[in-house]
Design a protein around this ligand. Structure first.
Ligand SMILES: [Ca+2]
Length: 435
């Protein structure tokens, strides 16, 4: 639905003569109760621009874009989202529907060095994201003093994330997560030429999920717990699987997480009760970022003449073969904007080791019927124990001192769940809606 209107503004005794063109757009949602934006208008309050709107029908996460020099035929010039990062009010958050209530987004353009003369012929595009398909980025403020209502903010794209996704705040005081478009996509997991890994097989994940842009860091863990920042706060935090989920975690037989463990602290500190680690399949899907190739940054053109992969190119993307952990986010991201999936630390995922036959036995019926495996959660503890005489949890990706052969989206390793040390880190994940 599109709504167009024009408004003139005045401030004090001066006539600003903005020619305002207002455009409201709502997201087409699948369900009957689709959120709808209505009655958008632009006004001014002091040195703030005010965008008014109403939200109808269903809760939604509301974001907005602003354009200048717009016409009825053209959006004009999009105002750099970086200039809008001081917007406040009813935006970038979950809003409840109320057709009788005007919602307001406030933008302090003067604090960005702009004057009304820079902002002619404005057009505002207000977007309501259905809660089952929320914006692509979610930022969670980990500082305990932050009021719960302000803790979670949502952004339409990487460009809209305040300060940019590589800002240090997302490595120390905030948790930045990216929605992974997984629902209903059939993809191929595993690797044919690595018999110790899963044979290639089709998988379908039935839901999107949010996953952290970075490995969890020491600084984030300290912030969450109200502690002083440690040395190297942007290094990955190293915790064992047991430290996160407790000894004898019953997963996948039960999702219960006892009190007093690391994951409980993450959940209570963020207010996101679905926070956890990705499953093995969720991790690999996110790491591949839509590619079938060994590494998420490119296909065979990265091979050297002797048919191995170019370690120099790998080094651009992954901290491997070095002597030390490093700050997260120093290398290049994959196509989903995730950093360090294949290097720095190997990342715990939820599953028990699910090697070869003990994994495929779990899905024998589907596999024989040629069907994809749906939402795999790995094998039972019993099967994991049988495979290697000790039940071990799975880790994914290589680490800072690993071999080049570990730098592979299909690479999988496993360790006793009480293993703790610099090799092991993790990447948080939560359900959509993570609201
Ligand atoms: Ca990693």
């Amino acid at each position: 639905m599109v709504k167009l209107s024009k408004t003139n503004l005045s401030r004090g005794g001066g006539e600003l003569c903005f020619a305002l063109l207002v455009l409201a757009v709502n997201v087409l949602a699948v369900h009957a109760a689709s959120p709808e934006i209505a009655d958008v208008s632009i006004g001014q309050s002091g040195s703030k621009l005010v965008i008014n709107y109403k939200l109808k029908n269903a809760p939604a996460i509301v974001t907005f874009d602003l354009y200048k020099d717009a016409t009825e035929e053209s959006d004009g010039v999009r105002i750099d989202p970086a200039l809008l990062d001081n917007a406040s009010g009813d935006c970038h958050a979950l809003i409840q529907p109320d057709a009788s209530q005007n919602r307001r987004i406030l933008w302090q353009y003067a604090k960005k060095g702009l004057e009304p003369g820079n902002l002619q012929k404005l057009k505002a595009r207000v977007t309501a994201w259905a809660t089952n398909a929320p914006p692509w980025y979610m930022s969670v403020d980990l500082r305990p003093a932050t009021p719960a209502a302000l803790r979670r903010r949502y952004y339409a794209s990487a460009d809209d994330v305040p300060g940019g996704v590589t800002n240090d705040m997302y490595k120390i005081t905030h948790l930045l997560m990216r929605r992974i478009p997984a629902a209903g996509v059939e993809w191929v997991m595993g690797k044919e030429d690595r018999p110790e890994l899963h044979t290639r097989h089709a998988v379908v994940l039935t839901r999107d999920y949010y996953i952290a842009v970075y490995e969890a860091t020491r600084g984030q863990w300290a912030t969450l717990n109200g502690n002083a920042l440690p040395e190297n706060p942007k290094y990955p935090v190293n915790q064992s699987y047991d430290a996160l989920f407790g000894q004898n975690s019953p997963y996948p037989d039960s999702l219960d997480v006892p009190s007093g463990v690391g994951m409980t602290a993450w959940r209570n500190g963020t207010g996101i009760m679905s926070l956890t680690l990705p499953t093995d399949a969720q991790w690999e899907y996110a790491s591949r970022a839509g590619r079938a190739s060994r590494c998420p940054w490119g296909p065979d053109n990265l091979k050297t003449p002797d048919n191995t992969y170019d370690p120099v190119v790998m080094t651009n993307y992954a901290n491997w073969g070095t002597q030390s952990l490093e700050d997260v986010g120093r290398r290049l991201p994959n196509d989903y904007g995730l950093y360090d999936t294949l290097g720095n630390t190997s990342e715990w995922v939820r599953d028990w080791q699910s090697e070869g036959d003990n994994y495929f036995e779990t899905f024998q019926e589907q596999m024989l019927a040629g069907m994809p495996v749906v939402d795999p959660v790995g094998v039972s503890k019993e099967k994991a124990s049988k495979a290697s005489n000790v039940a071990a949890r799975t880790t994914r990706g290589g680490h800072y001192h690993s071999y080049w052969s570990y730098i592979d989206c299909a690479f999988r390793n496993w360790y006793p769940p009480n293993s703790a040390g610099a090799d092991w880190g993790y990447r948080l994940c939560c359900a959509v809606p993570g609201l």
